[in-house]
Design a protein around this ligand. Structure first.
Ligand code: SF4
Length: 72
């Protein structure tokens, strides 16, 4: 059975915070570091649509959604 893992690259992140608007359950923001924070790197299936939107809308292409194996 597959699962999903959210990955953010802080070196690419430009601090737009659009991801927080698309998927606030999954993405937070570290003001001091001026970079995205992944709050839930293995989001529930019902959040995948909003995570995919955030990944697609990130202007810095700093976000990825990776398919992983998970225990059944
Ligand atoms: S939308 Fe992209 S660039 Fe902006 S804070 Fe989120 S990850 Fe960083």
């Amino acid at each position: 059975m597959s699962g999903w893992r959210v990955v953010a690259d802080p070196d690419l992140c430009q601090g737009h915070q659009m991801c927080r608007l698309d998927a606030p359950e999954v993405f937070g923001f570290d003001k001091a570091a001026d970079t995205v924070v992944v709050r839930r790197d293995a989001p529930d299936d019902e959040l995948l649509t909003s995570v995919r939107t955030a990944v697609a809308n990130c202007p810095a292409m700093a976000l990825s959604l990776l398919e992983t194996e998970r225990e059944t």
